[in-house]
Write a protein of this length. Structure first.
Length: 365
């Protein structure tokens, strides 16, 4: 039995009859009026954001905020949700290597803790919500009967909301971990140990180009997925390899919650012109397929944050349907890595290189 069920049973233990005996029905309107009145009084008496931080002894955070005048000015009129790390959380971040004298880095981190607009959670907030911060990258908020957890950069610990306090423009959630903005997609790939992809990026000299991708969703096959199509990759022309790689880039942001809510999307546009994907949630897994996939790819790790990019790690390389190829000339043969370099494990790496060349051209255009 989870704690949510436990809470329901505690309510049922007393029963509706018992409640009515202690609180006659005709007193309920008066009680509701009192609760509303108290809420209005609390809102009217709420302190400013900075005063709220001071009153709750967020001393390290206040010091950081006041070290960047532009941030201090912005917070004086900010309305929305602020996730405020405790002194212990921020002290640990500094000990781990964060430099509080780097004002640009301070501003980057602080703005990643602020979400403007309707305070979170709203009355109709879903169990999982993606919140866009003033820094530009999202946070993932997970609400349950045990409380609220906030997820930030890949590889960082979840942050727990330990206390919430209203201020005159919204709400402050005090959290037990500093929220870290995500790194670029190349650094995230390193952290996720997508080694075959990283080797290809380095060999092609395209790491910087890919690191600059913005506002896209990348479906990133694992090393094992690429190895599984080595025999197919060896038969593809450069143009076909480009088509395959670009099939894994969706030119918009798609979260797993979007797919679960839709249940099935027959045609998702990709950066591979004329080639779309089908996406389905079967109740357990998110399944994605190209036209030539005998079995769909499963999302193995969803909603991995990179800087302005969402990454879903998948267990299968997505394949389009190719027309019957014409006789290949030497210039259209698929690239094959030198046999003795030790850089590539299989012909699948040629697929990545060809696709990345096309991706670079797409970005330049």
């Amino acid at each position: 039995m989870d704690s949510r069920d436990s809470g329901r049973h505690k309510l049922h233990k007393y029963g509706p009859d018992s409640f009515q005996q202690q609180h006659p029905t005709n007193t309920l309107p008066n009680m509701q009026f009192i609760l509303v009145a108290l809420a209005m009084i609390q809102a009217a008496n709420a302190a400013s954001l900075v005063d709220t931080l001071v009153q709750n002894k967020a001393d390290v955070l206040v010091k950081l905020v006041t070290s960047v005048p532009a941030i201090a000015d912005a917070l004086s009129t900010f309305k929305g949700t602020l996730f405020a790390p405790t002194d212990d959380a921020l002290t640990a971040t500094v000990k781990a290597g964060f430099n509080p004298a780097d004002l640009k880095a301070v501003a980057n981190v602080l703005t990643y803790h602020a979400v403007s607009g309707t305070p979170y959670p709203s009355a109709n907030a879903a169990e999982t919500t993606f919140l866009t911060t003033l820094q530009g990258n999202p946070l993932e908020a997970i609400k349950s009967d045990k409380g609220v957890q906030i997820l930030s950069a890949f590889g960082t610990p979840a942050s727990n909301v330990i206390k919430s306090v209203a201020y005159d423009g919204g709400i402050v959630h005090f959290v037990d971990q500093t929220l870290i903005p995500p790194a670029n997609v190349v650094e995230v790939a390193k952290a996720a140990k997508l080694n075959s992809l990283l080797a290809a990026l380095t060999a092609a000299g395209l790491a910087e180009t890919v690191a600059g991708l913005k506002d896209v969703t990348i479906l990133a096959p694992t090393d094992e997925a690429f190895a599984a199509i080595s025999s197919v990759a060896a038969t593809l022309t450069i143009e076909q390899l480009q088509t395959v790689l670009l099939l894994h880039v969706i030119p918009s942001t798609i979260y797993s919650t979007d797919i679960v809510a839709a249940k099935s999307i027959d045609s998702v546009a990709t950066a591979s012109k004329g080639n779309n994907l089908s996406v389905k949630f079967d109740g357990t897994n998110v399944l994605i397929a190209g036209a030539a996939n005998k079995s769909p790819a499963k999302v193995a790790a969803a909603d991995v944050f990179a800087d302005n990019v969402i990454v879903h790690v998948i267990d299968t390389v997505l394949l389009p349907k190719f027309e019957a190829p014409a006789a290949a000339s030497p210039t259209t043969k698929a690239a094959v890595a030198p046999a003795n370099t030790g850089l590539y494990k299989s012909g699948a790496a040629a697929q990545i290189v060809g696709g990345l060349m096309s991706l670079s051209a797409l970005l330049i255009l």
